[in-house]
Design a protein around this ligand. Sequence first.
Ligand code: ADP
Ligand code: 5GP
Length: 181
Amino acid sequence: MGKLVIISGPSGSGKTTICKLLEKDPLVKKSISMTTRLPRHSEKNGKAYHFISTNEFEEMIQKGELAEHAEYCGSYYGTPMNALREALEKEIIYLLEIEVQGALQIMEKFPEAISIFLLPPDKKTLGQRLIQRNTNKKQDVELRLKVADKELEYSDQYKYSVVNDDLEVTVNTIRKILGLT
Ligand code: ADP
Ligand code: 5GP
């Protein structure tokens, strides 16, 4: 049986960066989510996400093809159930980089899942990291920071909270939690 791992945290807390570093380990694989949001510059369909239309997404919900789904900042996001089930049949660590509403659905369906909430060192740093990433318009950054306040309220629902100050320290802490070091 594989291990299911939920990684959540406000936008800009470092989820994508950290998952990429964790994925360097051959035992770790990240789930590729479905989304209706538009791809960013560097994002390839089928790699960062499977980019689909709202109609296609709603059809997947109807058919029960998503392990969880949520609406976030005006777009749908969801975890494909088939890929998750296949992953759990293997001896791997399967990462779900998902927001809190979806995470709560997974915690209920898979109580054995390891859940990790990533925290920024402080709100100012979170804002700076979002601006420095330069992938969202000013308005979108403001919305994401507003949503962050709500998301932080859910951090105590997770088995672990990790502050992402120094990147290397954070990755090592998570590797320890996952039993990789
Ligand atoms: P998320 O996926 O949670 O939205 P990202 O992984 O895209 O966040 O990180 C947001 C920005 O912050 C990126 O530009 C990333 O390079 C940077 N970043 C992530 N972790 C750290 C860290 N520990 N120290 C400094 N910058 C970081
Ligand atoms: P972004 O637009 O920055 O890529 O992602 C926005 C938010 O959606 C992030 O918090 C990210 O973790 C979350 N997300 C990505 N994929 C999924 C998913 O499959 N399900 C849910 N519930 N959230 C997701």
